[in-house]
Ligand binder design. Structure first.
Ligand code: PLP
Length: 449
């Protein structure tokens, strides 16, 4: 049936400045809608960790809250209450001590726009705490240093640059893409504001040895060395490990862990725009960082970098927590891990040309590499898969393992057993084609987080 709606004339769609006149609501809708059709198909995007599917009820609730500004606690007290509950539920999930089950405010945590903001806030708290302790001891405070792996997500580099903290990157090496307790022990000193460990690295999805690092730092402090706090970047793993690996001790059960960030919009299963920073106790969040304002009526103690923020992600995250509970998250995560393990097994058996760098036994993420003498590269594979509609990034590993390149496949909610199998078949077909013809295009090198 022909589309009889009035359509915007493409030549007339402004792209560099406002046009003198507007257009009808329908025309504006069609113009933007049509342009967005050219975006990729989110279901076939195996590059990102970020949620691309939610239940329609969640979408409806979120649409009902688009107009709410979450910072306006006085106007939207219910949204604020829900927000406080979310931070408390996350802190409980991570075993924060001292939570009063009747008082969500008894947790020390905030929701943010994502893990990036949460990382900035957590890093600032580490820096402020270190500086206060150094001042109290009459020691210099001019060289704060953060100890972290070269495998960290780019936000940590940003934190260090924006807030004048010197990063001390611990190298990875071919075959080892996580940091070790021994590396940490050798790197920390009295200028260390904290150590970052990642639960589910961006590069391979592996969990770092949080417990081993914590124990090493405990021993160091007990022996009279520096007493260095830890932060865990659980952007992805924070909503996987508690459900699939409950015996893995990586969170506030370790007294050394003072703060944790997690992205609600990754395995928290909410559309983009929400994350959390939680602290072990109020003492871990220096009071000078929390501003009290009353411009909007009422006293609000926000600890955030931005002010206004939509309330709808808060609502969507709460929907997920209510809807899924522990059993629901466990079921979804177990399904994703099963798909990842199946795919890794398929590759090992049917496509032995690949080396399985990570097999989905931590995050539901698979990383594959090719031998040095392969006539084609993982960049070729990525390129060919793109032609089949799949978005699968290929990239080189971080400092000291840059000669290793991997293909990374991230499995997310909304994926299915059928799609996993389809993807396996397409990977096999693309690989066979490249084995026949060799490298076609090795230029498309980009890394998607
Ligand atoms: C995605 C990610 C981040 C950044 O999180 P956003 O929620 O996208 O801001 C930080 N660290 C790790 C390990 C990540 O995977």
């Amino acid at each position: 049936m022909p589309n009889l709606e009035p359509r915007a004339d493409l030549d007339r769609i402004p792209s560099t400045s406002l046009a003198p006149d507007g257009m009808s609501a329908r025309e504006a809708y069609m113009a933007v809608h049509d342009e967005l059709m050219l975006d990729g198909n989110a279901r076939m995007n195996l590059a990102t960790f970020v949620t691309t599917w939610m239940e329609p009820e969640a979408g409806q609730l979120m649409a009902e809250a688009f107009d709410k500004n979450s910072i306006d606690h006085d106007e939207y007290p219910s949204t604020s209450r829900i927000d406080a509950r979310l931070a408390c539920m996350v802190a409980s999930l991570f075993h924060a001590p001292g939570i009063d089950p009747d008082r969500p405010e008894s947790a020390t945590g905030v929701s943010t726009i994502g893990s990036s903001e949460a990382v900035m806030l957590s890093g600032l708290a580490l820096k402020w705490r270190w500086r206060a302790a150094r001042r109290a001891a009459g020691a210099p405070t001019d060289r704060p240093v953060l100890v972290l792996g070269s495998n960290v997500q780019v936000v940590w580099e940003k934190f260090c640059r924006y807030f004048d903290v010197e990063p001390r990157y611990l190298p990875v090496e071919p075959g080892r893409y996580v940091i070790t307790p021994e590396q940490v022990r050798a790197a920390v000193d009295e200028n260390t504001i904290g150590v970052v460990a990642v639960l589910g690295t961006t590069f391979t999805g592996e969990y770092e040895d949080v417990e081993g690092i914590a124990r090493t730092l405990d021993e160091l402090a007990a022996a009279g060395g520096p007493d260095v706090p830890m932060h865990v970047d659980a952007a992805s793993g924070g909503f996987v490990a508690p459900f699939l690996d409950p015996d893995l001790v990586w969170d506030f059960r370790l007294p050394r862990v003072r703060s944790i960030n997690v992205s609600g919009h990754k395995y928290g299963l909410t559309y983009p725009g929400i994350g959390f920073a939680v602290w072990r106790s109020p003492e871990d969040l220096p009071g000078e960082l929390v501003f009290h304002v009353n411009y909007l009526g009422g006293d609000m103690p926000p600890f955030t970098l931005n002010f206004s923020r939509p309330g709808n992600q808060i609502v969507g995250q709460y929907y997920n927590f209510l809807r899924l509970g522990t059993a629901g998250y466990t079921r979804i995560m177990a399904e994703l891990r099963a798909y990842a393990l199946w795919l890794a097994g398929f590759v090992r058996e049917a496509l032995p040309v690949y080396r399985v760098v990570s097999d989905g036994s931590a995050l539901p993420v698979i990383a594959l590499s090719l031998p040095d003498d392969s006539p084609f590269t993982v960049f070729d594979v990525s390129h060919e898969l793109r032609a089949q509609g799949w978005q699968v990034p290929a990239y080189t590993m971080p400092a000291d393992a840059e000669n290793v390149a991997v293909l990374r496949i991230v499995l997310r909610h909304g994926f299915s057993a059928d799609l996993t199998q389809r993807f396996g078949e397409d990977l096999a077909a693309v690989t066979a084609k490249l084995q026949r013809h060799g490298s076609v295009d090795a230029t498309a090198r980009h890394f998607a987080h």
